[in-house]
Ligand binder design. Structure first.
Ligand code: NFE
Ligand code: MG
Length: 562
């Protein structure tokens, strides 16, 4: 009897992710493999093009964090050319980043992650009057959680069920034993799920104010931003501020209390208070506020919060031993190589019968394996918060201590699924708390300084190298460029989900996704809710992780959706 469990695709993420695990006779996971099964090709496409276009091309890596790649590429080119951009441009980029985080983290919690915590079907048996009282336990100003609103939500969901068209709620593991919220708590969360669909639109509009559109904003250029007087007019800026308050209000009155509610209900669930990854964390300074960074950067190894090291960019390398690329040594991204070498799947017995499965002793993913000083690193909101907690950044220390106090959880609870999910909320909150400082800095500066752009100069007879390291919603993003003859000679992106989802390296050391699953008990291997819950806590984006495409249009593998 085989004990191989296959989860493919993991839905409610961007891109294609497959996870395979081995379970023992008690359904405890003894081994795990993470694979992206989709190939793209952006790093290859960039070669020979103008460095001024790198931002517009790399933002096509992904439909989620389009701004993140746009900004990182633009700043890598600025770094290579030695361009110092005007203060207004720095502040506008920071406000776009703020808007993106507010959008992205809220959408992740409600639309990508919540159904791992919230049993929609259970909400149907809730008492709306009682639920309205329950909502008051987590905030004194609940939103969309009055008795009438909750009753309307319940009727709406009942309507889905009666017509047999569950729509976005179809094909989940409703009723699974590791759902822990009461019917009333489930109803509150469903109400916020639906409301968040409206609020996320407002957050997207915040980005469009400075970006001209969203997704794929258009206003960044090498040398600054193309936002000029009309965009930076008092009326436009006020519009951003109004929308900021609208989204912030929802974050305070729904997102924050819902995370507290989930933390309380799931305190003893192993897939929530487990999910420990590699215990190494990497983050970079970011969120410019006019007079410094909101968040510091650093490296934590083996969970040691007492010894945070500074990040040394020269210690980043990518390993391809178990990735579908031509073999070669681990390489620094300035010298990175992206040559596909797809070796396919192998047949093996699984709990569902004989199937093509990952050839895990050999190559099994399109994701490379980034390493820092030879070690796998978790990146993301948790890494950012832990580095800043350990370094004593006041806003982060207060936020983390506040959460531990409110939930009664020990500091070790941070290194878990819950820690990742709560860190994303706390990071959103801290960003919101400081957003108007950045906004006011822009308002003040444009009184006396209209400059938003300096013209970059590329000398075709010179060679340039440069990189940028930014925090983006899923963690540390870095872009690395070599310019020769006025064109891009080599380009590499080392992306948050690449760090987190990468396969084993040459030393057979697992990446964060793989490590986080070991030792987890799966209640029912045919309904692997716990695996999805842990993996979703990292907020996967496989489009970002792979960012390479089959430019010859070849069919690499065939998938049938049952
Ligand atoms: Ni496609 Fe991305 C972010 C980047 S992810 S979403 O955030 O860069 O790994
Ligand atoms: Mg890459």
């Amino acid at each position: 009897m085989s004990n191989r469990v296959v989860v493919d695709p993991i839905t409610r993420i961007e891109g294609h992710l497959r996870v395979e695990v081995e379970v023992d006779e008690n359904n405890v996971i003894t081994d795990a493999w993470s694979s992206s099964t989709l190939w793209r090709g952006i790093e290859v496409i960039l070669k020979g093009r103008s460095p001024l276009d790198a931002g517009l091309i790399t933002q096509r890596i992904c439909g989620v964090c389009t701004f993140s790649h746009y900004r990182c590429a633009t700043e890598a080119v600025e770094n290579a050319l030695g361009v110092e951009i005007p203060l207004n441009a720095k502040l506008v980029r920071s406000l776009m980043q703020t808007s993106l985080y507010m959008h992205d983290h809220m959408v992740h919690f409600y639309h990508l992650h919540a159904l791992d915590w919230v049993d929609i079907v259970s909400a149907l048996s809730a008492d709306p009057a009682k639920a309205a009282q329950v909502a008051l336990q987590y905030t004194d100003k609940p939103i969309n959680a009055g008795e009438g609103e909750l009753r309307a939500v319940q009727e709406r969901v009942q309507g889905f069920v009666e017509t047999g068209k569950l729509g976005p709620f179809a094909n989940a593991y409703w009723g699974a034993g590791t759902y822990k919220l009461t019917p009333e708590q489930n109803l509150i969360a469903v109400s916020h799920y639906l409301k968040a669909l409206e609020v996320q639109r407002v957050a997207a509009e915040m980005m469009a104010i400075f970006g001209a559109k969203q997704p794929h904003p258009q206003s960044l250029v090498v040398g600054g931003v193309s936002c000029v007087r009309d965009v930076l007019s008092p009326a436009r800026l006020q519009e951003w501020k109004t929308k900021f308050h609208q989204v912030h209000d929802f974050i305070q009155r729904a997102y924050l209390p819902d995370v507290l509610m989930a933390a309380e209900a799931y305190k003893t669930e192993p897939s929530v208070l487990g999910g420990l990854g590699v215990k190494n964390f990497l983050a970079t300074p970011d969120f410019f506020m006019g007079d410094g960074w909101l968040f510091e950067g650093g490296v934590i190894t083996n969970g040691d919060l007492a010894n945070v090291q500074e990040v040394d960019p020269s210690l980043i390398e990518e390993d391809v031993t178990h990735a579908w690329y031509q073999d070669g040594p681990s390489r620094h991204p300035y010298d990175g190589v992206t040559e596909p070498n797809y070796t396919g799947f192998i047949e093996r017995d699984t709990v569902y019968g004989r199937l093509p499965t990952l050839d895990n002793d050999n190559k099994y993913s399109w994701v490379k394996s980034p390493r820092y000083n030879g070690q796998p690193m978790e990146v993301g909101p948790l890494a950012c918060l832990l580095v800043n907690y350990a370094k004593g950044t006041p806003a982060v220390v207060n936020a983390v201590n506040g959460l531990l106090e409110a939930t009664g959880l020990p500091v070790e609870a941070l290194f878990t699924t819950l820690g990742r999910t709560a860190a994303r909320l706390l990071q959103t909150n801290i960003i919101c708390d400081n957003a108007l400082r950045t906004f006011d800095a822009l308002l003040t500066n444009i009184q006396s300084d209209e400059s938003t752009y300096v013209e970059p100069i590329i000398d075709p007879d010179k060679e340039y190298v440069g990189h940028a390291m930014n925090e983006v919603p899923r963690g540390l993003l870095s872009h690395w460029i070599r310019i020769k003859g006025g064109k891009i000679e080599n380009y590499q992106a080392v992306v948050p989900t690449t760090w987190n989802s990468g396969p084993r390296d040459a030393n057979n050391v697992k990446g964060p996704y793989e490590a986080s699953l070991i030792g987890l008990k799966v209640e029912d291997p045919t309904k692997p809710l716990e695996i999805i819950r842990i993996i979703h806590s990292f907020d996967p984006c496989m489009a970002c992780a792979v960012h390479v495409m089959d430019y010859k249009g070849q069919e690499l593998s065939e998938y049938k959706v049952a």
